[in-house]
Design a protein around this ligand. Structure first.
Ligand SMILES: CC(C)(COP(=O)(O)OP(=O)(O)OC[C@H]1O[C@@H](n2cnc3c(N)ncnc32)[C@H](O)[C@@H]1OP(=O)(O)O)[C@@H](O)C(=O)NCCC(=O)NCCS
Length: 306
């Protein structure tokens, strides 16, 4: 987490509820794509994120708020940080973004993070230029897909039971970590996770999971994990259970759950190379709505496999 205090002519402070009016005024000056996150109705979500160790920070010069930084606190389990820096439009190209990025990078190195990642929507050239200037490299391009929550989603695949993940069930967490590591952390730049990391990110970032259990043995054969706002983070099914509708059952259960909570869609970012995931998404009615280029800066000696 970047330290508070002076940065040249600027002061970095933590934002609190008392800053809402100033943030709303700042939001009005932003491009539409960034504005929504800081309007009063969204601030409540930021505050609960702050409570979970996501921090919203402000950078102030005199009485004017010139930038907002959102980052995960150093106590989160994430080995890769995903910070966001937003600089007031008329104060861009003065080096403010660069100075903040340097501080974020120093803080992330200090807390042992292995990389910093950022996602840039396909048509956002300025941010791509900014990240390149900071030494980030283009890592991947992902399809942003939205799945509507249609009413007629029958859940077939009766070989599995779908249940909510239970933090007290460490056996489940261990199996989830193993599945995640086998699929995502094999020799690449994505570090392996432990069962504790799953509990920590649930408590601090608000990730939630559904698990698929084999009916007879109660063995965990797959899971789906999502973030607040029904953003699907990962879905993995044990290889030998592939092609038997387990992923479909997980997605449909999640759709029901999100619908019951008042949501209208699932959002996910899918690699165009992941044929199985694309097929699953399309079968569930997902539409490609945009593309996101991911950028990464490695902080250690880890080899980047992407
Ligand atoms: C991206 C952003 C944070 C950059 O902040 P900034 O304070 O303007 O950045 P800097 O002044 O430190 O710019 C550093 C370098 O980045 C590159 N850069 C920044 N903005 C650029 C633009 N619009 N076009 C081309 N290059 C740009 C340049 O190389 C620049 O150096 P230069 O001005 O000497 O040419 C700012 O444009 C912003 O708030 N954008 C909207 C929010 C956003 O997309 N945030 C996502 C970041 S994770």
């Amino acid at each position: 987490m970047i330290p508070t205090g002076c940065m040249g002519a600027f002061e970095i402070t933590r934002l609190g509820p008392e800053d809402d009016a100033e943030i709303a005024a700042f939001a009005e000056t932003l491009e539409e794509v960034h504005r929504a996150a800081f309007l009063p109705e969204a601030m409540e979500r930021h505050r609960s994120a702050i409570a979970r160790e996501h921090r919203v920070l402000s950078l102030v010069r005199g009485m004017e708020l010139v930038a907002i930084v959102i980052e995960q606190g150093s106590k989160t389990a994430l080995p890769v940080s995903h910070p966001t820096v937003i600089v007031r439009q008329e104060r861009r190209r003065e080096g403010i973004g660069t100075a903040l990025a340097a501080r974020i990078e120093a803080a992330d190195r200090e807390s042992g993070r292995v990389a910093i990642a950022a996602g840039v929507m396909a048509d956002d050239q300025p941010t791509a230029a900014f990240l390149t200037h900071l030494g980030f490299r283009h890592a991947d391009t992902l399809l942003k897909m939205e799945t509507p929550l249609t009413p007629a989603d029958e859940i077939a695949g009766s070989m599995v039971d779908i249940r909510h993940w239970d933090p007290a069930n460490t056996g489940w967490s261990e199996q989830i970590a193993t599945l995640y590591n086998v699929h995502f952390a094999r020799g690449g730049s994505i570090p392996p996770i432990s069962a504790d990391d799953i509990a920590t990110s649930a408590a601090k970032i608000g990730t939630r999971l559904l698990v698929a259990l084999e009916r007879e043995t109660e063995d965990l054969v797959g899971y789906i994990e999502w973030l607040p706002d029904a953003m699907v983070h990962s879905i993995v099914v044990r290889r030998r259970w592939g092609g038997r509708g387990v992923a479909e059952a997980l997605v449909r259960s999640l759709k029901r759950h999100i619908k019951a909570e008042g949501g209208t869609k699932l959002t996910s970012f899918v690699s165009p190379r992941n044929a199985a995931s694309l097929r699953l998404h399309r079968a569930e009615g997902a539409q490609e709505v945009d593309q996101m280029r991911t950028y990464k800066k490695l902080l250690g000696d880890t080899l980047d496999a992407t």
